[in-house]
Unconditional design. Structure first.
Length: 356
């Protein structure tokens, strides 16, 4: 099956917005999946991109919200409201759907109805997407392990692990800048950056085997896998080591060949989201060459991402690393390549030994 993937630069700060085209192009008979929508302003960018490169009145088979963080969810509202587009399925996990499974994890002051209300109040953008779906006749489905979303299979999260994570979703997710907040945090960060500059090189692994945990919300991220002939695509959103390990376990249990030829680097290239063990499992051990491509969804003004030690970890395992700092990235197989696009072949992100 031919396919094409556009990784959009979702504004000035980090965020995800990915468009996948797949299927036969005869008579325009192809399908589109939209994965995540960045922040609110990204919605206009997605609409313009689809109109310019795909169709003025596009039919979007699947809209997937990987997890309920603002930099993935908010832009989807404007896209779903756009009257020129037709939508079929909206895939998103809603914590209140599992209130009966988790109510015992909360203090006794919550009734079932009260807990549902609180969860909905904390996720107003999910509630708004529900309303739009109901108004437009869009089916809402849960992207849990084993679900099929067009050519993609959901590898994680499982229903059980998603439910386990729900009690922690009321915590503020770890922001990308909070590592450096506060004097003590600044001192630790400065020391870590010095160590990274001194030690980081392609022949030496400095990636932490036990990094500080990413947020529970990030660990609920939907991990998707698709095979297009000899090409294998792994989309990870903001998932952490726990979710990547669960995804690998499930993939192996259903006999998928898990080493991708195109992989999304989790969480914009944060040091919290991958470990040597989980990367070896997915990408194979280093050193290796010419295994494939790795893409980080990074904002225009977020030049420190992907982090050098993360980019080098992918590079030493044979993956050419590119990021969306400079514009959107196009990866295509089986279709005629559009002219004038920024893509992984033309403008690769070249990791070097220093974080800038």
């Amino acid at each position: 099956m031919p396919f094409e993937i556009d990784f959009l630069r979702a504004g000035d700060s980090n965020g995800d917005a990915i468009i996948v085209k797949y299927g036969d192009t005869k008579d325009g008979n192809f399908s589109l999946n939209l994965i995540d929508g960045g922040l609110t302003d990204t919605g206009d960018q997605i609409i313009a991109h689809i109109k310019q490169h795909y169709a003025e009145k596009a039919k979007i088979a699947n809209v997937v919200l990987s997890h309920a963080d603002n930099d993935h969810a908010c832009g989807l509202i404007k896209v779903l409201e756009h009257e020129d587009f037709t939508f079929f399925d909206l895939w998103m996990n809603r914590p209140w759907d599992y209130v009966d499974d988790v109510i015992d994890s909360f203090h006794g002051a919550y009734t079932r109805e009260g807990l549902v209300k609180k969860m909905r109040e904390m996720h107003p953008y999910l509630v708004e997407m529900e309303k739009i779906a109901a108004k437009r006749g869009i089916t809402i489905r849960a992207p849990l392990q084993g679900a099929k979303i067009g050519p993609f299979t959901v590898l994680a999260p499982s229903r059980e692990r998603y439910i386990k994570l729900i009690p922690d979703l009321d915590k503020t997710p770890q922001s990308y800048t909070s590592e450096s907040k506060g004097l003590l945090g600044s001192l630790f960060k400065a020391a870590a950056d010095v160590a990274e500059k001194v030690l980081e090189r392609l022949d030496y692994e400095t990636l932490d085997e036990n990094p500080p945990a990413t947020s529970a919300s990030n660990e609920t991220s939907v991990v998707q896998w698709a095979s297009f002939g000899n090409e294998r695509v792994l989309l990870t959103a903001d998932v952490g080591p726990e979710g990547l390990a669960e995804a690998a376990n499930y993939a192996e249990s259903i006999s998928l060949l898990i080493q991708p030829t195109l992989a999304q680097i989790p969480h914009h290239g944060s040091r919290r989201n991958v470990t040597p063990t989980v990367l070896n499992r997915w990408l194979g051990p280093y050193p290796a060459e010419n295994q494939g491509y790795a893409v980080a969804s990074v904002g225009k003004n977020e030049e420190i991402y992907p982090r050098t030690k993360v980019a080098n970890a992918f590079t030493r395992r044979g993956y050419e690393v590119t990021a969306t700092h400079r514009g959107w990235i196009n990866f295509v197989r089986g279709y005629d390549r559009r002219t004038g696009v920024t893509n992984a072949y033309v403008i690769p992100f070249k990791p070097d030994v220093d974080d800038e």
